[in-house]
Write a protein that binds this ligand. Sequence first.
Ligand code: PAF
Length: 281
Amino acid sequence: MTTLIKSSNEIKKVLAVSERPLGFIPTMGALHAGHISLIKAAREECKTVVVSNFVNPLQFGPDEDFKKYPRDPEKDYKICQEQKVDYVFAPSEDEIYPDDQSKKNIISLPLELSETLCGKSRIGHFEGVAIVIKKLFDIIKPDYAYFGEKDLQQLYIIRWLVKEYNLPIFVRACPIVRETSGLAFSSRNKHLSNEGKAVASNLYKALKAARANIKIGIFTVSKSMLESLIYLSRFPEIKVEYFEARNKVNFAKTDDNAKSGFYFFIAAKTNGVRLIDNIEV
Ligand code: PAF
């Protein structure tokens, strides 16, 4: 049975007497195959599984898509039922941010994590993610928390948060789930038509080509990225925001002669929908 709970006091009460280990999947709803893979991973190793569904206003900039972000709580609840989730926590905004002051609290993140890649254009985004996750972790007190590798920069920030606050939580990273075209599942794909999705699948093609060019051994990191950018320039619907390489260990810019130990990251708007993706090299 899947129980829907909206109050943080109530979920705290039920979880205090729930069986451990407790697995937690924080989401903003609009659940897709990527989320389902996280739920399945939690179901495999945890006795109790909690999914939160909260579109966090703090992680959207004033010109971003908070209002337009896809919402379908009934469908989300059904998916959770099918996946045998024990509790869906769907708090109101007041429950998480009881007053204006609580929206102003800030967690200072390391700049190499928060002001690079998506952090460059999405000012305050990762601070907003860090705050809501800290609050949700405080409420749910999970043993394991599950995040998708599509939002890899976010994952690095969550790992930092857990370390910084000495939280007794294992962070589990789950691989990106892709459509057959290679397009990574994302809630924002709902804003794309079938043609838009087909065009967007070129982002993954560009990432794969960049990796292949490194593996063949003739191209530097920057030349591989340039080749992929040239490929993407054939598609007028795609506006690349960044294509970058960052080291696996410390997220620093990758040495131009590196052959492994890093990720290529891309962010682009396709028909006005902002998408991100990455690939390990
Ligand atoms: O990845 C997301 O959906 C969100 O950033 C998260 C982790 C649920 C925080 O609001």
